[in-house]
Design a protein around this ligand. Structure first.
Ligand SMILES: *Cc1c(COP(=O)(O)O)cnc(C)c1O
Length: 412
């Protein structure tokens, strides 16, 4: 087991050993995991994957561990929902929702990256894991650290939703709230990493962490019957997920598990934090950092680590980038809930609302197979809906009270 040769610089291709490092010391490019695809080709087949566990670990040969996973054994293999009702509302005949709002154990796609990163941190011998987080990563890291018996130190912006805060504290994590944006915290954590020998899962463990996201792409392809979709609409924060879905589809193509990949990848952001989609719309390769101001806090990263590659992925696939307002996010959260019975968080509102926009623009066509990424759970971001619904009517527990409100115009 374990088909990792080492790390390789994404830019200058210089090779590095398997260590907790993430930046090329020659050209400062990001490091990524270098797999032994020749051997993988000989051992991985559709059959071997289908015989695996109903979790992301059915793709273990394509994930960057040397030993068996230490945590997150039940993460992944979430439903790919055939979304007929939402499709009708959006004018799409072949619409699917990849639903990580029910991922195990903390209800977001971050359980995938953290299962890998914490397992890797244990392989490296760390006793403490840490991260800067916009919320879901905090929840997931705290939970997996608890399962592993590791200490966890987690840094968040001081304006996060209550569910994200309590959903971190419950696991016994050390939680530090910072007066600043995610980008300020990320910078601070890099400095802390110089003096504390911790596994910052999305900094010094980032090359391994990021590859956990590939499982989301593998699952889409397998669950479509070993096919890649025509379109995939991806929420973008640091741009890890969007680049790894693309990588996953192309690895499957290289391994002969799917035919030619023709998927258009669409980046989705909130207008209040849209450095990636703005660059795509402007035809630019470069991120201009922004100060986030949106209810989609889980994807509010103003200076995304892999932003350049996120732009490249959307462009080279023939996709595009779009963003929507906070009001449109709320409307889209309601639309998904009321058509499919899926309660997603703000980031899921972003992908549903952006898909709607892309259909109107004619960039996504009615007959194409389209997958919307739903990456987080709505019970964690209730604040976004605070003013959306009137409180339910309160009545006495007798039939007269009920008939009274019914006569007064209660509609069902
Ligand atoms: C973190 C996150 C994303 C996207 O993250 P990337 O940094 O772009 O990989 C999307 N949705 C949710 C709910 C998230 O928490």
């Amino acid at each position: 087991m374990g088909y990792v040769k080492g790390l390789i610089c994404k830019e200058c291709k210089k090779e590095f050993p398997k260590e907790p490092i993430h930046v090329c010391e020659f050209c400062f490019g990001p490091l990524e995991v270098d797999y032994d695809y020749e051997t993988i080709k000989k051992v991985v087949t559709k059959k071997s994957i289908e015989a695996g566990p109903p979790s992301m670990w059915r793709y273990e040969a394509l994930l960057p561990l040397d030993e068996s996973p230490k945590v997150g054994h039940h993460t992944g293999f979430t439903p790919l929902v055939r979304a007929k009702n939402l499709g009708k509302a959006l004018g799409l005949k072949n619409l699917y929702v990849k639903n990580d709002s029910v991922n195990h154990p903390t209800f977001s796609f971050k359980d995938r990256v953290v299962s890998v990163a914490v397992s890797k941190a244990i392989e490296f011998g760390f006793d403490t894991v840490a991260c800067p987080s916009t919320g879901n990563l905090a929840n997931s890291l705290a939970a997996h650290a608890a399962e592993a018996g590791l200490k966890s130190v987690i840094f968040i912006p001081d304006d996060l939703e209550a569910g994200k805060i309590l959903g971190t504290l419950i696991y016994g994590a050390k939680l530090i709230s910072i007066k600043g944006s995610y980008d300020d915290i990320n910078r601070l954590c890099s400095e802390i990493g110089n003096t504390h020998n911790w596994a910052f899962v999305n900094i010094n463990i980032r090359p391994y962490y990021g590859d956990g996201s590939k499982s989301y792409g593998y699952e889409i392809a397998e669950q479509l019957g070993w096919k890649t979709p025509d379109n995939v609409v991806v929420p973008v924060a640091g741009s890890s997920l969007i680049t790894k879905i693309w990588k996953a589809f192309h690895e499957f193509e290289m391994l002969g598990l799917v035919d030619n990949v023709k998927t258009k990848v669409f980046a989705a952001q909130a207008t209040g934090c849209s450095p990636v989609t703005t660059a795509i719309k402007n035809g630019s390769d470069n991120i201009i950092p922004v100060k986030p101001n949106t209810i989609a806090k889980s994807i509010a990263i103003g200076n995304p680590a892999d932003g350049y590659y996120g732009i490249k992925t959307a462009n080279s696939s023939g996709g595009y980038g779009e963003d929507i307002s906070d009001e449109e996010i709320v409307a889209a959260m309601k639309l998904l809930a009321q058509t499919e019975g899926i309660f997603t968080e703000t980031a899921g509102g972003v992908t549903v609302g952006v898909t709607q926009k892309l259909v109107k623009q004619g960039r996504i066509k009615p007959d194409e197979v389209t997958v919307i990424c739903i990456t987080g759970n709505g019970l964690k971001t209730q604040e976004a809906l605070a003013d959306s619904f009137p409180a339910p009517q309160v009545i006495e527990p007798n039939i007269d009270s009920f008939e009274e409100i019914f006569a007064n115009g209660l509609t069902v």
